[in-house]
Design a protein around this ligand. Sequence first.
Ligand code: ADP
Ligand code: MG
Length: 637
Amino acid sequence: MTATAESRDFQAETKALLRLITHSLYEDSEIFLRELISNASDALDRLQFESLTNSDLLEGNSRFEIWLEIDRAARTLTISDSGVGMSREDVIANIGTIARSGTGELRQLLDDKGSAAQAAELIGRFGVGFYSVFMVADKVKLRTRRAGGSVGTEWESDGDGAYSIRECDKADRGTSITLHLKSPDPDNGVRDFTDPWRIAAIVRKHSDFITYPIILKSEQEPAENAKETAADEKPINSMKPLWKRSASEVKPDEYAEFYRHISNDMAEPLRTIHFRAEGTFEYDALLFIPSKAPYDLYYSGAKRGLRLFAKRVMIMENCEDLLPHYLRFLQGVVDAADLPLNISRQRLQQDHIARMRKRLTTKVLDLLTEIFGKDHDQYLTVWKEFGRAIKEGVSSDHDNKDRLIPLLLFASSHDPERLTSLKDYVSRIKPEQDRIFYLTGESRAMIENSPHLEALREKGYEVLYMVEPVDELVLQHLVEFEDKKLKSVGKGALTLGTEQEKLEAQKELETKQEEFKPLTEFLQKTLAEHIKQVRLSGRLTASPVCLVVEDHEFSPMLERVLHRGQGAAKMKRVLEINPKHDLISRMHTRFAANPEDPFLQKAATVLLGLALLSEGSELSDPVRFNRAAADILCQAM
Ligand code: ADP
Ligand code: MG
């Protein structure tokens, strides 16, 4: 074939990343090999899966292998696989570009500061393992042919911003990557990667669990067994899938390496779940709770799910049905003994999946509960990283709702430094207190300054602060806990204390209601455009006014979430006034003296403004508020 090479630039982000990689020094540059083997293994998985329904792809060769070939004289290391390979378009899309959501974030991180440690993290986080080859090589040539395809593609780059690509002949399907290795520089972490012992050791250390044979070919040391080399194709990895081994014999390091292989996360997993389900339907499961949430956990487009195997053959890379959506932060594999290889949407299989899902979910919740009970610090990490997802579960997983609720943590008025569980809240509850109080709002500061809390603070009642939009969703499904109903302090009428105190407060309010009737009616009429009712407040002690909604209505926060971006008409709320406040009682007196006093109109406008501002809302009519406030001040001067 005589195709000429085309030279292309890397995408801007790739260039920046490559610059970082080629100009940094690494302690652990040997991980390049793990990344390439991991990719080869993925490519073999994919071919194995695709060939289940299209055996032509095998081209009569059903060897699924990975070869490492060392040429000491040329200082090259070649990693080849008989996997699915890539078409020209695949190469351009996968090797020249970082085609992921989050590229913007990557650019940001690259701009910030590029330390070597960061580079290693970036390589993992953004799934750009391939580029790690430029830590050890100054030139890389990749030759690949898609299984079933007719022409091969050759890609070559020295990692400095551009690559060349051309057609080539390639007899065997799959991919072959030749690294022209940098000169060894042990002081700077670049070892001699043409040393077969070193290569074998690295494979055993990082890639032992790979289920395909990894075969090392090198021109042998002048050893006596030279004549045996051709026959000596023993894999250097043990090939035993980690999940098939018994949990007691797997070392933490091995779990960590395997976790890296499936997750692309360079960090250690936080916890591991490894078990074998026996009985009529057998499977092995190996799941990990990561120590950090992936950056795209809450992007709806991101691919999630466990790897599903049937008798060691991967049949689905992202099986979303094995765990409920809210547990999408778990990584892992499930290998079922009795699942047909060509999994379709047949009912029987769906039953199988549903059964596994139920058991896996229970296992995950068992572990979360165990962490919650035994290791508070670790649970705080879990909560910080995945709390929002766990909250989703309360509203979406009806069967397990009661297991999830005790795992919830909230900020509260009890201790500004610590989160509290509902159980802890209840343990501190006042003897006469029959409800769990909470307030939703956009931030902790906003809630803390809210006038709605005044009376509760005075009574010493604890209030949970709910500052995340997802909390509103949780509250739809969290009606009570240990026989105590949850009650928003921003909703409905509120009287507090013992039954006796409540009755008295109620009576007093009713008397005052009568007394303040003329003023409330006036305010109601004046502010009718903005509010639906004016009433005396049982929840205010220091502030003159606040706005509340009725028990069954949406909170302002929920309304903001639901109507974000669409100028939907705002629901009218109730204006509560505090008869004990000087401002209100003076207004009352002034109104009694002269109901026509034009000053009162302005005061009403300012009152409504104060109510909105105190809860952190925007003024409904800033111009009018401004003018009224200025006039009043002017008069007061
Ligand atoms: P990741 O493996 O996380 O996707 P990499 O940078 O390691 O990121 O690889 C990028 C992509 O290049 C892979 O997703 C795959 O599509 C393709 N690729 C890399 N190596 C191979 C290979 N040996 N065979 C087939 N495709 C490959
Ligand atoms: Mg990879």
